[in-house]
Design a protein around this ligand. Structure first.
Ligand code: SF4
Length: 306
């Protein structure tokens, strides 16, 4: 057996920045410190901040007036910002700049009074946040072909599309093609809004799928980009599983496998992947490991001044 680590995986620049913002806020202000939504969708990251006294809330009204709150990397709708201002909260925005870019597209199309088709998973925090920047009367959220077929917009109208940043690249391309066919005057970003990290992690799983007979993705259940990685492996015909940490790995699944591919979502700390590798090695000590230097090392989103 051999172990192959995906070329790109683990923390993206937006996640590293969001975590750094909470770290800096803890150092400078201490607790009480609130975070609106999970700062990033990773159980270990969230639990480690909880242990240090950070309180995570799903409703901004739970933060006491004049309290200090960090907005998660997924972004927030304007209503949350307004409520934070009304409550005189000291807020720090950890929204990933690539999500903010989508918010700006949403604002622009909405101001131009163009119907906006937002491709994304209904209910996901990022989609809720982005949707908030589009006038209700212009907003259409679609997550699959059936939703596109049900759209009640005249075909001749100029419509715009925007997307969640962590979708399946291939599925989104298909949906955009369908939209182009349905709405000849469709406008939008040049390709889609899927971020570099989502794209490169999916490309790396495609490489693994050519060589491996099992793909293990480290990622938490709510992590959209991690779940897309597992789905990609399966779609390419390779048994693929997603686990939050090494404890969830049942080593029985490794038996008779020749090549195990290991990757992780954009919100996963490296030590969790190392623990999974250590568990595989405990059963197969002779398995060689192939890994790569991090090609994204130089992509950094600087944190704001806290
Ligand atoms: S996955 Fe993409 S959009 Fe999300 S935080 Fe990372 S870089 Fe930003």
């Amino acid at each position: 057996m051999q172990i192959l680590l995906a070329r790109t995986q683990g923390f993206c620049a937006g996640v590293a920045r969001a975590i750094d913002i909470v770290e800096q806020a803890l150092i400078k202000y201490g607790t009480p410190l609130y975070v609106y939504h999970e700062i990033v969708h990773n159980t270990a990251v969230v639990n480690s901040f909880k242990e240090r006294g950070v309180v995570f809330v799903n409703d901004i009204r739970e933060v006491p007036d004049n309290g200090r709150v960090v907005f998660s990397a997924h972004g927030v709708p304007p209503l949350v910002l307004e409520t934070a201002k009304q409550k005189h909260l000291h807020f720090i925005d950890a929204t990933c700049p690539l999500v903010t870019k989508v918010h700006n597209e949403a604002i622009q199309f909405s101001q131009e009074n163009i119907d906006v088709i937002l491709i994304g998973h209904k209910g996901h925090e990022e989609v809720v946040g982005t949707a908030g920047y589009v006038k209700d009367s212009l907003l259409h959220i679609v997550q699959n072909v059936h939703d596109i077929e049900k759209l009640n917009i005249p075909r001749h109208k100029k419509v715009a599309f925007i997307t969640q940043t962590t979708l399946s690249v291939d599925e989104t391309r298909e949906l955009i093609l369908k939209l182009r066919a349905a709405f000849p005057r469709l406008t939008g970003p040049q390709k889609d809004d899927i971020c570099y990290a989502t794209q490169s992690r999916q490309d790396a799983v495609k490489e693994l799928a050519k060589l491996c007979d099992l793909i293990i993705i480290c990622g938490s259940p709510k992590s959209s980009n991690s779940n897309r990685l597992r789905e990609m492996g399966e779609q390419l015909g390779v048994k693929s599983i997603i686990i939050d940490n090494a404890n969830e790995l049942d080593t029985k699944i490794l038996s008779e496998k020749k090549c195990i591919g290991v990757s992780s979502g954009a919100s996963v700390p490296r030590y969790l992947v190392d623990e999974i590798i250590a568990k595989i090695k405990a059963s197969y000590p002779d398995a060689p490991i192939t890994s790569f230097d991090n090609p994204e090392e130089k992509i950094i989103f600087p944190s704001p001044k806290i």
